[in-house]
Design a protein around this ligand. Structure first.
Ligand code: SF4
Length: 270
């Protein structure tokens, strides 16, 4: 592995932060850290990166790249004069302008705002590199692996993508421990603040901690042309205005039930 350039795909959450710290601590080769910024991450994610991750990378002489989605000339917003060809557009602004919300059936948001910008930079600067991905040992189903039909051993589907946390058998708790032992606070949950794939608990947290971002999400939800068929809240009360009302009137949140804490996509980062 050491012969090849190695980059870490950084998401701003617990898993990729632990991976960065542990990988460097073990003395492994690392050539760069790449963060795909959707422009609509939680403010605390940006603060964490600025306060801890970027100075760490500087100290270790590691390039920290921030990449982002840019619109093309065929995009409706460019053709209508809202954006310029090649302009960076935050995911919230894009969906707001298009009067849409990300949907489970059309998962292009992860590809456009996360995967493609990273792949583009890799192609330009780190072709033929190894890419480290922060999926932990408690969520192995998300890793692109399969069983070797002859040996029965788990093998990676794409040899250029590695999941060291799985190899080291470090689960989410282990990730938190690594970060704590390094002396850093726990990062916030990463991902877009209006992500429709997040659990209801995250929405409740957003409402309490960042009511402005909750209200922006509400505007996005109500401004989409398929509303109320398409909403951002996929579980529980199913609509953000209903969730907001129940929080304001103290309706029992137990009625919404519990859901899993993962954003079921490549964006989830602990
Ligand atoms: S965090 Fe959610 S909304 Fe943002 S890119 Fe990922 S899946 Fe899409």
């Amino acid at each position: 592995m050491e012969d090849k350039q190695t980059i870490l795909s950084y998401g701003g959450g617990t898993n990729s932060t632990a991976l960065l710290l542990e990988w460097v601590k073990r003395g492994n080769r690392l050539d760069a850290v790449i963060f795909a910024d959707t422009g609509s991450e939680q403010p605390k994610t940006y603060d964490f990166i600025d306060k801890y991750v970027k100075p760490f990378c500087r100290e270790k002489n590691l390039p920290f790249h921030t990449v982002a989605f840019t619109v093309g000339k065929k995009s409706r917003g460019v053709m209508e004069g809202e954006w310029e060809d090649g302009q960076t557009v935050a995911i919230y602004d894009y969906y707001r302008y298009m009067e849409k919300v990300p949907s489970m059936m059309n998962r292009m948001c992860t590809a456009k705002w996360k995967i493609q910008p990273i792949e583009k930079l890799i192609k330009e600067k780190y072709a033929d590199c190894i890419q480290l991905i922060g999926i932990d040992a408690g969520e192995t189903k998300r890793a692109q692996r399969t069983r070797d039909p002859k040996t029965g051993e788990w093998v990676y589907l794409y040899p250029d993508k590695r999941y060291p946390l799985i190899d080291w058998e470090v689960d989410r708790e282990g990730c938190s421990k690594i970060i704590k032992e390094h002396g850093w606070p726990s990062p916030e949950k990463s991902g877009c603040y209006f992500c429709p794939f997040q659990p209801t608990d995250n929405w409740i947290e957003l409402y309490k901690k960042s009511p402005d971002l909750f209200n922006k999400s509400l505007e996005l939800e109500q401004g989409n042309t398929s509303y109320p068929k398409m909403t951002l809240l996929l579980r529980g009360p199913k609509r953000l205005d209903w969730l907001k009302r129940s929080l304001e009137t103290q309706t029992s949140l137990m009625d919404f039930g519990k859901d899993d804490n993962h954003i079921p996509c490549a964006c989830y980062d602990g």
